[in-house]
Design a protein around this ligand. Structure first.
Ligand code: AMP
Length: 486
């Protein structure tokens, strides 16, 4: 199928051609005709599948036929979990609609609300928003939904993970009942199906990302290494392989900051992107990374969700995520649109549980390769399955050495928590708990009603992370599930 077969408005077809797209991706060829007809859609599609154009193009097609939004009106609302994703979707909306006389806007927390209110005065044919800020703006009468035609929930699974369910329910109550609904999620979990029940009407279900599969165009391998030696190994790999644009995942915000300092001290240009950074700092880090000014971008899982860079060649898991699905999301950042990418994980003995969970989820054993000079003292235990033994090779072809007893005489297995820096899984507890109970996990904060935030901070976490925008926090109990926030 070609894009021209879809019958999009000529202005949109032109914009698509200017992007260099000729063929719609599977999600696009399935979703676009349904959305153009005004139908509801429930789609399982991850970032990297072209889902944004899958809903943006047909929405623009429909909206271009109607009357433009007047002051404070919104005709289509796209909700996203994070500011990065909101900015990214907005960029897409802008480029696809560049030949149409339409006006769009984006709003998210962590930045001043007034400029957003000013812009909304002109109305928005499409408004891209994070939930908390949207509610604030609505409560301040900056947005009218009386002419709303369509609602998109983008990355709905992540919205639920981040505790947005109450905000979403509030938003659904203030929208007109008669509207088109599009729900995009990486997976159709039972929670997503429950949400969909009250949202989409007789939807066309599309599934382009079968759960738990990792893209075939991504080469995955792992390097067993002691925890304390991970920064040195990363620097070594960057230099030896000449990685010019690598996205490095860190489970924690502090870990990301620390790693950037360590890389910089070795004269490798790096920047961190996570929820404790101001929006401006995040935007700058991303722009510098895209332009090549910064070689290595260190990101937490949630902050990375909005990063959209074509054909990112290299993804590194500096540590493994606690939630195995995040591994799939992480490596999905490379090998897009048929391009070949590589995902490398640095794995220490104490991460064996995470590794086993990931391999179970993706139903395959990740190739192991020890790097000469970085062979671990604390051996990474076998992860089971058929590839278990014998899957571990050393780069120089030598057989794996015996566990060394140099440091603790224990023979290594299960000794990971005591390794090197003394920050094994247990040692990381303070960092790990920093995130999920913290309101910054939501990628934005509300500007009202939030001075006392002890509820939302039930892990006793610091809350000074994201003050750049001068806004406060909304308190809300929430399921602490993940180790890290953005
Ligand atoms: P998304 O899944 O929406 O984040 O899109 C992932 C990437 O695919 C973005 O960089 C898009 O610019 C790109 N893309 C979207 N549609 C197409 C297409 N039909 N052909 C080639 N690339 C595309």
């Amino acid at each position: 199928m070609l894009f021209e077969d879809l019958g999009l408005a000529p202005e949109l077809a032109r914009a698509v051609a200017e992007q260099g797209y000729t063929q719609p991706t599977p999600i696009q060829s399935q979703a676009i005709p349904v959305v153009m007809r005004g139908g509801d859609v429930m789609a399982a599609a991850q970032t990297g599948t072209g889902k944004t154009a899958g809903f943006t193009l047909p929405l623009l097609h429909r909206l271009s036929a109607g009357e433009r939004a007047r002051s404070n009106q919104v005709r289509a609302l796209v909700l996203t979990p994070t500011r990065e994703l909101a900015a990214q979707v907005f960029d897409n909306v802008q480029s696809y609609s560049q030949h149409l006389p339409m006006r769009h806007s984006v709003v998210f927390g962590g930045v001043k609300i007034n400029p957003q209110m000013m812009r909304l005065r002109g109305g928005a044919d499409i408004l891209v928003a994070t939930p908390g800020r949207l509610l604030d703006l609505f409560n301040q009468r900056a947005i009218k939904f009386d002419r709303l035609e369509a609602l998109v929930l983008d990355e709905a699974d992540r919205m639920l993970d981040m505790g947005f369910i109450h905000d979403i329910k509030k938003i659904l109550r203030i929208l007109p009942a008669k509207r088109q609904n599009l729900l995009f999620s990486a997976t159709f979990s039972p929670e997503i199906r429950a949400l969909a029940k009250g949202l989409v009407n007789d939807p066309v279900e599309i599934d382009v990302s079968p759960r738990n599969t990792t893209t075939e165009t991504v080469r995955q391998k792992l390097h067993p290494v002691d925890k304390a030696r991970k920064p040195a190994l990363l620097s070594h790999l960057i230099r030896e392989n000449n990685w010019h644009q690598a996205l490095v995942f860190s489970r924690t915000k502090h870990g990301a900051n620390r790693l950037v300092k360590q890389l910089e001290s070795g004269k490798i240009s790096a920047a961190a992107i996570h929820g404790n950074k101001s929006q401006n700092a995040r935007t700058k880090a991303l722009a510098d990374f895209k332009s090549g000014k910064v070689q290595i971008l260190v990101a937490t899982d949630i902050a990375a969700r909005g990063i959209d860079i074509d054909q990112l060649p290299q993804v590194v898991n500096f540590d493994l995520p606690n939630v195995p699905e995040d591994y799939v999301h992480r490596i999905g950042r490379t090998g897009r649109a048929g391009a070949r990418g590589q995902a490398v994980s640095l794995v220490s003995a104490d991460e064996i549980k995470q590794l086993r969970d990931i391999e179970k989820l993706i139903n395959k054993q990740i190739e192991r390769e020890e790097i000469e000079g970085f062979e671990p003292d604390h051996q990474l235990p076998e992860s089971g399955g058929k590839a278990g033994r014998g899957a571990q090779v050393r780069r120089d072809g030598a057989p794996r050495k015996k566990p060394s007893s140099r440091r603790n005489g224990s023979g290594g297995n299960n000794a990971g928590n005591r390794s090197g820096s003394g920050e094994g899984r247990q040692g990381n507890r303070s960092e790990r708990s920093e995130g999920r109970g913290n309101q910054q996990a939501r990628g934005e904060r509300s500007d009202k009603n939030t001075r006392s935030s002890s509820n939302g901070n039930r892990n006793g976490n610091r809350q000074d992370g994201n003050r750049a925008g001068g806004s406060e926090q909304r308190s809300r109990p929430r399921r602490p599930r993940r180790s890290e926030t953005a």
